[in-house]
Design a protein around this ligand. Structure first.
Ligand code: PEP
Ligand code: MN
Length: 278
């Protein structure tokens, strides 16, 4: 048997579909759906985030992203609004009816985030934070589990196993590029890992083409490749003014570019028999 058990196709052959009960209509991830998650890297201010949230809702995004707790390489970089931004997420959910996903870095934040978010994101840097995974295994809320910066597919699936074995089966895997010798791109996007993870596991697999490339011009082509390879959706960074973004502006699409991305993937999703939810 595989080292991961509950996560494997041997244990459960049919695709798992995650139902996200947001403030409005439920959103589905997996199997016959192509799910579009979009938002800025970080929640920057009420004005910035609420304007963007409305634009994204009108564009056809199914779920909003936005970090409050940002894992930054430098302690001098913008660290996110933290708890102060929770009301902004509430308001974004209320005015758009869309569910939100935000990163949790510390298991002690579960309680304070619980009523404000629809999906907990475990970032790359925390993929092997086993006490965080243990704690999220005991909550009744979906988890978006990013692949670690240099995690093998097996390590990634074993990280998911922590969640399932703790009792939480609502897990979405997210490929976001891995670290290689290449320097022209921020990470090396591993499209093969999408195919392999879907073969090995029944869990849905989405792709984050923003962190995978680090360059906005590469985001739409890589997004198209991901959907063509069978990914169940995308998580994309969008900002209304990328040059002034407080983090990851270089890889952020403008709302106009995001509309182009959505129209580019529509036909590809159809070929894959995947429904884009509107
Ligand atoms: C993010 O999505 O906000 C993020 C920090 O990404 P990653 O964990 O993939 O680096
Ligand atoms: Mn980012």
């Amino acid at each position: 048997m595989r080292p991961f058990k509950l996560v494997s196709r041997d244990y459960k052959a049919e695709d798992t579909v995650i139902k996200i009960e947001g403030p409005g209509r439920p959103v589905f991830v997996g199997q016959g759906y192509c799910t579009n998650i979009a938002g800025s890297c970080a929640v920057e201010s009420p004005e910035q985030y609420l304007e963007l949230a409305q634009i994204l809702k009108a564009s056809g995004a199914n779920m909003l992203r936005g970090g409050l707790f940002k894992p930054r390489t430098s302690p001098y970089s913008f660290q996110g609004m933290g708890r102060e931004g929770l009301q902004i997420l509430d308001e974004a959910r209320r005015i758009t009816g869309l569910p939100v996903v935000t990163e949790i870095m510390d298991l002690h934040d579960i309680d304070c985030l619980y009523d404000h978010v629809d999906v907990f994101q475990v970032g790359s840097r925390n993929m092997q934070n086993y006490s965080l995974l243990d704690a999220l295994g005991r909550v009744n809320k979906p988890v978006l589990l990013k692949r670690g910066l240099s995690a093998t597919i097996e390590e990634w699936l074993l990280a998911a196993e922590y969640l399932l074995s703790g009792g939480n089966w609502q897990v979405i895997l997210c490929e976001r590029g891995i670290r290689t010798f290449e320097t022209y791109t921020r990470n090396t996007v591993d499209i093969g890992a999408v195919v392999m993870a879907k073969e090995l596991s029944h869990l849905p697999v989405i792709v984050d083409p923003s962190h995978a490339t680090g360059k906005w011009r590469m985001v739409t082509p890589v997004a198209a490749a991901a959907i063509a390879a069978g990914a169940d959706g995308l998580m994309v960074e969008v900002h209304q003014d990328p040059d002034r973004a407080l983090s990851d502006g270089k890889q952020s699409l403008t709302p106009e570019n995001y509309l182009q991305l959505l129209s580019r993937i529509e036909a590809i999703a159809q070929l894959q028999n995947k429904l884009i939810q509107h």
